[in-house]
Ligand binder design. Sequence first.
Ligand SMILES: *Cc1c(COP(=O)(O)O)cnc(C)c1O
Length: 402
Amino acid sequence: MGSYARIGFALKDSIIFVEIILTMKFATKAIHAGVHPDPSTGAIMTPIYQTSTYVQDGVGNHKGYEYSRTLNPTRHALEKNIAAIENGKHGACFGSGLAAIDCVIKMLNPGDEIISTNDLYGGSYRIFNTIFAKYGLVFHFVDMQNPDAVDALVNENTKLIWVETPTNPMMNIIDIAAMSQIAKKAGALLCVDNTFATPYLQNPLDLGADMVMHSVTKYLGGHSDVVMGALVCNDDNLASEMYRIQNSSGAVTAPMDSFLVLRGIKTLHLRMQRHCENGEKIAKFLLTHPKVDKVYWPGFETHPNHEVAKKQMRGFGGMISFTLKGNQLQDALDLVKKVSIFALAESLGGVESLIGHPATMTHASIPKEVRELSGVVDSLIRLSVGIEDVDDLINDLDNALQ
Ligand SMILES: *Cc1c(COP(=O)(O)O)cnc(C)c1O
């Protein structure tokens, strides 16, 4: 029901949209793109259209909305807003980041092959390997810092290259433009999970990607109060497929959550500036600390992919991983318990600082041998640096490291 109307509606909208993308700068788009005062009341904030259906004047005579799985006005405003800040024409929002990934993989057919990075977000690895592999899709996991290694896996069945950069939790940087060349040569789609960088720091579509995926749960929402996913693309046919699957599988997001994220994105640029500033100071503090062994943060000139990061990102973000001297599991477990401002929790990208232990938390679903190959060792600790006062954050870490 309704999916064709949704596509037509979205495509008509996209014409106005390209103008917005071309004329507005990031901060203006974050606040204004996709939203306009409510025509019936003048309310400046997009109302929470908490409705499942829409009354029609006559059969087929509606205002663009028929049923809220297909399209809901609050979600629609958010979809346009996220598309605009990613410099894309079409956006779709889902019930979680994984539901957005689910949509992309459902564009493929049995026998198709997917090349993905080997230090992938644990949940992405799990949906690929434990849900989709049994439907005959073939997944390859490779160190994508080396484009030749990706090229070597390409064959006529390669239909999708799945990139996550910076990677989680090792903060490796993958060259999106180089991946785009490989994908184009192979006739495959390139999809980039842009959750860690956010559209404020990196726009994969501008670097040649076909699709961008977000766990909106993280920086876009930004306040640790919503679970949501999003996809953005430019190609009209790809968008039709995306909306068809969104409507057919039905993993859509709710009006209230859409409202919260619209509100969150209005300060994305301000939050990201502070995440970047705090991240840099904390990365530098950790680097000189006698208890700390390695610090993984793409802003360091010594980071193996610093040059690629400088080329494709406008800043280095607030995600940092580090290991402890001696690499003892217990030392890491003690540290994450001793901090008092940093909260021990999964997730990232909120205003508050979080600390996590990938080997037992986010990456527990990846076998030990597999995760250690990519650097997720027992003493690895991951920080999502928030926007609190950085001196307090540094003191907190310093005390916990004693
Ligand atoms: C959290 C996360 C996901 C999954 O998103 P959910 O909203 O939790 O479903 C995917 N990729 C990355 C990089 C993430 O951090």
